[in-house]
Design a protein around this ligand. Structure first.
Ligand SMILES: Nc1ncnc2c1ncn2[C@@H]1O[C@H](COP(=O)(O)OP(=O)(O)O)[C@@H](O)[C@H]1O
Ligand SMILES: [Mg+2]
Length: 212
């Protein structure tokens, strides 16, 4: 296995599409199949920046919109040395939300362009596979409704979904849309197959840089 790097696999999608469920199941399945795989999530709430973001998301604090966008990006950048290290060691990383959520959630606010929102994340490790868990918002809401955190309302999620769709149109990344309205097991099976193919593919390719 010497020289084989791990793959960077990202799960994106609206709230309740099943990202966290599928990310956990994917890591377990990859490990059971003999791969080395680990789970990451963004925001990573355990760091100092992550604690600021957690408090913001829980509406315990207010942060200016541009400023909080940069903090979400910084929260990804602070994990980059660890990510590169793990990937280099041959560990596949399954990431629950990444820069695309970061961009979509700020660009969904008034007076933010997609271009501006992307800039702080330019150069992050480029995912080898971006899985977009596609689910109608009405179906997502049937899975328990929204919680109390910031951004958890229908109009905002619709706006974020439109931003995701714009990002998906860019040809520079390998997006795979997965129908997330099916059973957990059916979605899992498709995600496993796509991930296995990506792991084989990525092993001998250098890790890229996002949006460069
Ligand atoms: N395919 C599915 N069908 C029905 N319910 C699901 C499915 N996937 C996830 N769920 C349920 O929907 C809720 C949200 O799932 P979660 O994985 O937390 O979504 P996300 O991380 O995208 O917000 C959870 O209660 C989960 O058990
Ligand atoms: Mg989740």
């Amino acid at each position: 296995m010497a020289g084989r790097r791990g793959a960077l696999i990202v799960l994106e999608g609206v709230d309740r599409a099943g990202k966290s469920t599928q990310a956990r199941k994917l890591v377990a399945a990859l490990c059971a199949a003999g791969h080395r795989a680990e789970l990451l999530r963004f925001p990573e709430r355990s760091t100092e920046i992550g604690k600021l973001l957690s408090s913001y998301l829980e509406k315990k604090s207010e942060v200016e919109d541009h400023s909080v966008h940069l903090l979400f990006s910084a929260n990804r950048w602070e994990q980059v040395p660890l990510m590169r290290n793990k990937l280099q060691q041959g560990i596949t990383l399954v990431v629950d939300r990444y820069a695309f959520s970061g961009v979509a959630f700020t660009a969904a606010k008034e007076n933010f362009s997609l271009e501006w929102c992307k800039q702080p994340d330019v150069g992050l490790p480029r995912p080898d596979l971006v899985l977009f868990l596609q689910l109608q918002l009405v179906d997502a809401m049937r899975r328990g409704g929204f919680g109390q955190e910031r951004y958890e309302d229908k109009a905002f999620q619709e706006s974020a979904l439109r931003c995701f769709q714009q990002l998906m149109q860019e040809p520079s990344l390998d997006w795979k849309t997965v129908d997330a309205s099916r059973s957990i097991e059916d979605v899992h099976e498709e995600i496993c197959a796509l991930s296995e193919a990506t792991i084989q593919d990525a092993a001998h390719r250098p890790l890229g840089r996002l949006w460069m």
